[in-house]
Design a protein around this ligand. Structure first.
Ligand SMILES: Cc1cc2nc3c(=O)[nH]c(=O)nc-3n(C[C@H](O)[C@H](O)[C@H](O)COP(=O)(O)O)c2cc1C
Ligand code: SF4
Length: 331
């Protein structure tokens, strides 16, 4: 077996070039002016207000995972020389302004969670536990109700996803959450491949106050109810195969390897065959509520029967949902 070649294809390209590979326009890079920043701050506040008006119980301001606030927080990306760069106070200024504006928009009693990276993997001069602790303290002083401590990485090295916010190794991000928790008085939320027993133990050991789950909810959206009912053995487990994650990078519709309904929720579940012999699938597919999305679905759905007709890889069986595109051709 020859040794696998080393290196990373992505490192050969600028971000603009990578974006164009993904089908996007090549972006023009521009340093945000103070006017631009004011617009963004207002947009965060407006979004939080909309969420509140829609009946959401809390908002989380995402200051991690490479998004705008993180780009300001991280010394690896913030090269500004004005009041929004330099030391931590400067780099955290955008986050604090957004938090203040969101608080003003939602009022004093509405819970605001602030998410940040406790560490950044593979970045020169990236966020460290120390930076995360200081940032969390500033956010607490500014009125955050809780902190979510996650992690991120150099996006030029795609495989690092599995070492940061969507980790392969269980509990990778718990030490970061625990470090932040020791520094603040508000609740801290941990995430990243945390099994239920580990979640219980982490909370009991005061490494965190809450655990947030991503992939587990894709694999079995009913798991909280099942756990509450004492039926942990009925939970369909995530197998950490990254199918859901890779679909995004291939610009495909979200899906889960163990839960066929994930991403297809708008297709009603199959019911027992009707007495007149009509396929319950025909009825179900006729009720599809979002024709355009459904059409994309059929193209990306795979069928285990392998009875492909040769037409866009669709199954030859009329009973199989991959045999038809929906919207214009159902019936
Ligand atoms: C399919 C999928 C898509 C995700 N997309 C995003 C995203 O767009 N932005 C983001 O900040 N995090 C994203 N995440 C990461 C989650 O916010 C979270 O860090 C992660 O799911 C926690 O780990 P867990 O899935 O093991 O619970 C995504 C995760 C998954 C599984
Ligand atoms: S696709 Fe795989 S990793 Fe993603 S939620 Fe489903 S089982 Fe888990």
């Amino acid at each position: 077996m020859p040794k696998a070649p080393s290196g990373d294809f992505g490192t050969l390209f600028f971000p603009e070039e990578l974006a164009s590979f993904m089908g996007g326009e090549r972006p023009t890079l521009k340093v945000m002016t103070e006017e631009d920043i004011a617009v963004v701050v207002g947009q965060f506040a407006a979004a939080a207000r909309r969420a509140q008006e829609a009946g959401i119980d809390a908002v989380e301001i995402h200051g991690g995972h490479g998004y705008l606030i993180d780009a300001f927080l991280s010394p690896s990306s913030n090269t500004r020389t004005d009041g929004y760069g330099g030391n931590l106070a400067g780099r955290a200024r955008l986050y604090l302004e957004i938090l203040a504006a969101v608080r003003k928009a939602v009022g004093p009693d509405f819970p605001i969670i602030c998410k940040l990276n406790a560490r950044e993997v593979g970045k020169h001069d990236g966020v460290t536990f120390e930076i995360a602790v200081e940032t969390a303290r500033l956010l607490e002083q500014a009125g955050a109700d809780a902190i979510t401590a996650s992690a991120y990485h150099d996006v030029g090295v795609g495989k690092l996803h599995s070492e940061s916010n969507i980790p392969h190794v269980p509990n990778t991000n718990v030490p970061g959450a625990a470090t932040v928790k020791r520094a603040v008085g508000i609740p801290v939320i941990a995430s990243g491949r945390i099994e239920f027993d580990d979640a219980d133990r982490s909370i009991a050991e005061k490494a965190c106050d809450f655990v947030a789950f991503g992939r587990k909810i894709l694999a079995d959206p009913a798991f909280p109810k099942k756990l509450a009912a004492g039926s942990a053995e009925d939970v369909r487990p995530c197998i950490y195969c990254y199918t859901c994650v890779s679909a995004i990078y291939l610009r495909q519709k979200g899906r889960c390897a163990v839960n066929p309904e994930t991403g297809f929720e708008f297709v009603e579940q199959a019911r027992p065959a009707a007495r007149d012999g009509a396929s319950s699938w025909s009825a179900a597919v006729r009720r599809v509520s979002r024709p355009r999305a459904a059409s994309t679905n059929a193209a990306t759905m795979s069928c285990s029967s392998k009875r492909t007709s040769g037409s866009a890889g669709r199954c030859a069986s009329r009973r199989c949902p991959t045999s038809r595109t929906t919207g214009s051709s159902t019936g």
